[in-house]
Design a protein around this ligand. Sequence first.
Ligand SMILES: [Zn+2]
Length: 106
Amino acid sequence: MAELVGPRLYSCCNCRTHVALHDDVISKSFQGKNGRAFLFSHTMNIMVGRKEDRQLMTGLHTVADIYCLDCREVLGWKYERAYEETQKYKEGKFILEKSKIVKENW
Ligand SMILES: [Zn+2]
């Protein structure tokens, strides 16, 4: 059995469902709705909501809110599409609000 030796995880602040791995953090210097937010390449146990165009500080993006699969808490959003060439790297990536996630196994 392949065993993960204490991977550092982030969990939903509400129900402690695991939502992301520390190894998947791309950047910690993003701005969320309520303060700092992290950009992740992957997340788990989340639901993606309806897509909508949103004007962010870095330009127009198509984003979708992401929810905890278990308790339906809104944890952040997913970048579906970026219109600015310099922001394209965010497409398909996930923002999790720092205030909505807690560290596990650190
Ligand atoms: Zn939850």
